[in-house]
Design a protein around this ligand. Sequence first.
Ligand code: NAD
Ligand code: 0WE
Length: 268
Amino acid sequence: MLLQGKRFVVTGIASKLSIAWAIAEALHREGASLILTYPNEKMKKRVDMAAEKFDADLVLACDVASDDQIDVCFASVAAHWPDGIDGVVHAIGFAPAEELDGDFTQATTREGSAIAHDISSYSFVALAKAARELLAKRQGSLLTLTYQGSISVLPNYNVMGMAKASLEASVRYLAASLGKDGIRVNAVSAGPIRTLAASGIKSFRRMLDVNAKIAPLQRNVSQMEVGNAALFLLSPWASGITGEILFVDGGFNTVAISEQLMQIASDD
Ligand code: NAD
Ligand code: 0WE
């Protein structure tokens, strides 16, 4: 077991389909101890289920919109593990649903943009501030989840593309800032996966199909594949890696035009 005796805080579990669920599963499989967090009472039941399954030590409230909740949460983490933690997983993204539907210029608002950036990007910095002391005690690391929409444009991702670009910049600035404390900061850029955050997105099904036709592996990736990459970045095997965005997307990001798309285009 790669992570026996290691301790991690995992945010972002909303269902069994969550990327965070698969990350917690991978960490547990490798012998790590876990603390899981939930944003509100509605989500607590789901996180309790995960806690039972992965034998988590604690389940704590942590709505990342609130500095108070983040502080109270990490005070409880510190009380439980006074000699530090090995990692924090940030698997949180949110924009108001109306922002992710239709023409970017029309759909994007000041209010929606503020919320998307606050919850999806600044919250990673907020967790880093709260966890810094505990992470420094054990040369721990921070990990977040991002998406290709930060770099190139696709329909409807809209303001989340801006927020993910900001999140990825925060990975580099946090890595530079926290390196002096021995803390690493990385992201996994995952290909599209059907989760709660993807349900309600118009034509997500077709998005998955097109994605599989472009990606060199000619298929989509699973939560477990993301979980295993996350596990690596959080482990001592990645001790030389910080400020990195690791793509777990079947190679999608490397391709401009795939042979499959050439074929489809020559059909018409
Ligand atoms: P998900 O819906 O399972 O997870 C999103 C999580 O964000 C939920 O657990 C939700 O409770 C949490 N959250 C929202 N607002 C919060 C708040 N104020 N405080 C605390 N938590 C809050 O979906 P997912 O796809 O597993 O998303 C996890 C991460 O992976 C997100 O950052 C997402 O952008 C990223 N990602 C997803 C995909 C995909 O296709 N599913 C691809 C690449 C990256
Ligand atoms: O980052 C994400 C999910 C982002 C997301 C999704 C929702 C839906 C429900 C953020 N906020 C909300 N708010 C809601 O009310 N992904 C990478 C998954 C995703 O979302 C898309 C995608 C992909 C891929 C939206 C449009 C196009 C592609």
